[in-house]
Design a protein around this ligand. Sequence first.
Ligand SMILES: [Zn+2]
Ligand SMILES: [Zn+2]
Length: 196
Amino acid sequence: MPSEENPGGAEAEIPRAHVIEPASSGRAKCRGCGERIEKGALRFGEKLENPFAEGDMTHWFHLDCAAFKRPEPLLQTLGERTEPLEDRAGLEAGARQGLEHRRLPRVNGAERSPSGRAKCRSCREAIASDAWRIPLVFWEEGRFAPSGFVHARCARAYFETTDVISRVRRFSPGLSEEELGELRGEVEGQDSGEPS
Ligand SMILES: [Zn+2]
Ligand SMILES: [Zn+2]
């Protein structure tokens, strides 16, 4: 098995340092959205222990995808960075929001339910066919695992905030403004004060 050790990196005690750097090629896919990261675009590299070989591996993200889905390591890296960065404040705000509302980084877009089979993780009721739902991913052992859905109307109870539209826009880029408006209506519509 080819080893992906750091060049000259036999020193085992060096802490892993995540990076923000321009993409050296257009080949890497973003772990957050699944799309390729354009060559030259700034990207976030999260260093993780490689379970299959010695040394580290790097998971690459668009910066905004990292802010939404990997808030802790991104904030850590932004905190260490002294060079200027475009939209630094926006990235930090998105990431902080994900720390404040611990379930927010699970938002993986939105869609109309293709069937009536899935149950909502918040209210435990079935999600009707064609109803708006928010797919969830959980970060587990270095990867995002698809982990069910919540009703759009249950977003407030589940995420403890209704501020999910920027994340939905990022991870379901195919939704029209009209669809996003509809979704926003459902997310913000119900004033359910029930704690989850
Ligand atoms: Zn991305
Ligand atoms: Zn529900």
